[in-house]
Design a protein around this ligand. Structure first.
Ligand SMILES: [Fe+2]
Length: 195
């Protein structure tokens, strides 16, 4: 872990906090953690990094995410059986902060997640409550009991505990900041619409 990468992660956290400070829905969802500590992780790469690097967008959190691409511990929690081969070529996320994040916190959990244009993220659910904030691009958000809607940069979408939801990247790829809170915060999403 070089100073260069540490600086890039510090900038990433600063820009995520700037989005948080500019977005009342995020502030109302959860407090910004006060126990954040940088935690070195071995880089882990995924195919989508090439597309993330090629995607020009001026949002400061978008460019800060691109800057940590080589150092990020990029995660995919689905298998080819779950979502198909193509999905795994164009999706992935990092845990920005949380129990196993690039910054350790026991107060909350935040991800930066990417899905490529044309992907359909099928119906899934999880115990933790969730708030998506779109950084760049757009997505068509569906959630059980709500009208579907297309969200773009600055828009937010809340999911209740175990509320099934799905996401389609119709017009663009999407980059999102996602916060989790409450019971199940250390769990993972599960496919299927039944809790
Ligand atoms: Fe979710």
């Amino acid at each position: 872990m070089t100073d260069l990468s540490r600086n890039a992660f510090d900038t990433l956290l600063t820009e995520a906090k700037a989005v948080y400070d500019a977005t009342p829905a995020l502030q109302n969802f959860a407090a910004w953690p006060t126990d954040l500590e940088f935690a070195p992780h071995a880089p882990q790469h995924i195919p989508a990094l090439r597309q993330i690097m090629m995607w020009d967008n001026d949002h400061p959190l978008h460019t800060a995410t691109q800057a940590i691409v080589p150092y990020g511990h990029w995660i995919q929690t689905y298998t080819e059986d779950d979502v198909g081969y193509g999905f795994l070529q164009d999706y992935g996320y990092i845990e920005l902060y949380g129990p196993t994040g690039h910054f350790t916190s026991h107060q909350g959990r935040a991800y930066i997640a990417y899905w490529g244009k044309g992907l359909y993220y099928p119906w899934h659910h999880h115990e933790a409550e969730e708030l998506y904030a779109v950084i760049s691009g757009s997505g068509y958000f569906e959630a059980e009991g709500q009208d579907p809607k297309t969200l773009t940069s600055g828009d937010c979408q809340f999911h209740k505990s175990n509320q099934p939801h799905a996401l389609t990247m119709k017009d663009s790829a999407i980059l999102t900041l996602i916060l989790w809170r409450g019971a199940g915060m250390t769990g993972l999403p599960k496919m299927g619409s039944n809790g």
